[in-house]
Design a protein. Structure first.
Length: 246
């Protein structure tokens, strides 16, 4: 009987020892599980933050793309409106400065000038006069004359409104033609004197006062030959002009 009680006590001790030995193991497993859950939650939070930042970046890029598209659309519309305005303004600009009546266009120009020429020129005596007052009506005429003419000219801007220019021109009239040029019209147009060849070299210095007003000083060398062998060597011309248009 005593032996049985001793055996039972031994069994009880063994069970107690086994129970006490397993308790720390279960506690360690619970701590490791909690740590893993905490790490998973932290990783999940980091992933959510990263996704949020990526979405914010995508939204920002989308807004910028939309702004660029809207800007391009607006610029395209402005260019189209400007092109339309220029097309509408072109006919008005083309016809400005001239009076039109149906298919007839009337315009004019004039100038104030000082002339001093050679002894056989149209202005042998220095004089100041209103010159080149002209009225133009668009028309054409066919005179069937064989006259050959050419000219070469150049203009160079010295400063913003001051410029210098030069022009050389020449006329060939086989068998002669009444050409006054800088000569006296009563002699070279109405007296029967015919010119076979004539050339002119003009040098000028001008100032563009405005779009419709130019001040200019010019000296012209003119030489020619008549059909009968005579020469035209005294028709040089000095002029100061104020030219305007409307």
């Amino acid at each position: 009987m005593a032996h049985n009680r001793t055996r039972a006590a031994l069994y009880a001790c063994v069970v107690a020892l086994v129970t006490l030995a397993g308790a720390p193991s279960r506690a360690d497993d619970s701590a490791q599980t909690s740590e893993r859950l905490r790490q998973l939650e932290l990783q999940n939070q980091q992933l959510q933050d990263q996704l949020r930042r990526q979405q914010e970046l995508i939204d920002s890029l989308s807004r910028k793309v939309n702004e660029i598209q809207e800007t391009n659309t607006q610029r395209g519309k402005e260019l189209e409106d400007l092109h339309t305005e220029m097309k509408e303004a072109a006919p008005a600009a083309k016809n400005s400065g001239a009076f039109s009546l149906n298919k007839v266009s009337i315009s004019g120009e004039g100038g104030v000038a000082f002339f001093a020429g050679g002894s056989q020129s149209a202005y042998p005596n220095p004089e100041f006069r209103v010159d080149e007052a002209k009225l133009f009506v668009d028309s054409t005429a066919d005179n069937h004359r064989d006259i050959y003419y050419y000219c070469v000219e150049g203009v160079h801007d010295l400063v913003r409104k001051l410029y210098a220019g030069a022009r050389f021109s020449q006329i060939f009239a086989p068998n002669g033609f009444p050409i006054a040029a800088n000569g006296d019209p009563s002699q070279f147009l109405f007296s029967g004197t015919l010119t076979d060849e004539i050339w002119r070299l003009s040098l000028c210095l001008g100032y563009r006062w405005s779009e419709n007003l130019i001040l200019k000083t010019e000296y012209t060398f003119e030489r020619g030959k008549e059909v009968g062998g005579g020469t035209r060597n005294h028709e040089d011309l000095f002029a100061i002009q104020a030219a305007f248009k409307f």
